[in-house]
Ligand binder design. Sequence first.
Ligand SMILES: Nc1ncnc2c1ncn2[C@@H]1O[C@H](COP(=O)(O)OP(=O)(O)OP(=O)(O)O)[C@@H](O)[C@H]1O
Ligand SMILES: [Mg+2]
Length: 321
Amino acid sequence: MIKVINLTKIYKTHIKQNNPFKDVFLRKYKDIVALDNVSFEIGEKESVGFIGPNGAGKTTTLKIISGILYPTSGFVLIDESTPFEKNPRFLKQIAFVMGQRNQLIWDLPATDTFELQKEIYEIPEQHYKKNVGELTDILKCSDLISKPVKTLSLGERMKMELIAGLLHRPKIVFFDEPTIGLDIFSQETIRTFIKQFQEEFKSTVILTSHYLEDVKKLSKRLIIINKGRIIYDGTLKKIIEQYSLTKRVTITLEKPANETELRAIDIPISYTFPKVVYKIKRSVLPEKIKAITQNLPFSDLSVEDETIEDIIKVFFKEQKR
Ligand SMILES: Nc1ncnc2c1ncn2[C@@H]1O[C@H](COP(=O)(O)OP(=O)(O)OP(=O)(O)O)[C@@H](O)[C@H]1O
Ligand SMILES: [Mg+2]
């Protein structure tokens, strides 16, 4: 059980004054409020998606929960102990996997980093072998672990990063943008892996990502942070129901149509023959589909949900009002 209680984090940054004397002796500081009274609770074995725009405070929150950073005020309790005490028994239970930071030894094969993790976390030899075996199996990468890290592709390196981070079988895992920069196929591999890992090892997972597909696959619960404040904490389903107001209807026409014919249905969002795309309010969808079938000769018609990105955009707009 993770309890985050009234976390506030203020970073003090030094302002450059273009005057070497002042820069050294009369330093000026600016306060950046990265977190402003953030509270939430996460149950054991729960998986939560943590999203928000750039600079919202996601990484700062995860760093504080995992004990890397001290908050300015507020506190964190994980199973009644606090991460800032850096109790070794506690540290062994958690992992912090960052997509953007590399903990692998660049010139050596990943197995060298794995060995290092084994020493740090005091993993017994037979557990170590078993864990490396299982993780490489799931990720289908046993041929990669003995190649120098610098020769691996970004996606392959991320697999090594995941193995290194999860070798000690942590009970709680923080994934900070694990799929960042990867192509869609590698993203899917990593996503599937995290899901499988979570189901198999029953860990508690907090995941930040800019790709909502990651969150959709991994968690039912979503926490949204913006400018250091939690603005939503609830199910993904609810936010989709509440803020997904339209559906996307794509039609492949059999012959070109003029503007009047197309607009008689609704204002299309795009038209390049033979494809017309409409964004249609959910409440009037059946009648519009009927009108299309009666008035436009088409060879194909598809109705899709909006992307979660669009839904979150609507949510943010509503918040601003
Ligand atoms: N070490 C630091 N010193 C000063 N300011 C910092 C520091 N780290 C983060 N910040 C600032 O704190 C705020 C929150 O940053 P944080 O990295 O937590 O955001 P994030 O939600 O992880 O963003 P991103 O999606 O870009 O990763 C930002 O305004 C950032 O510029
Ligand atoms: Mg971040």
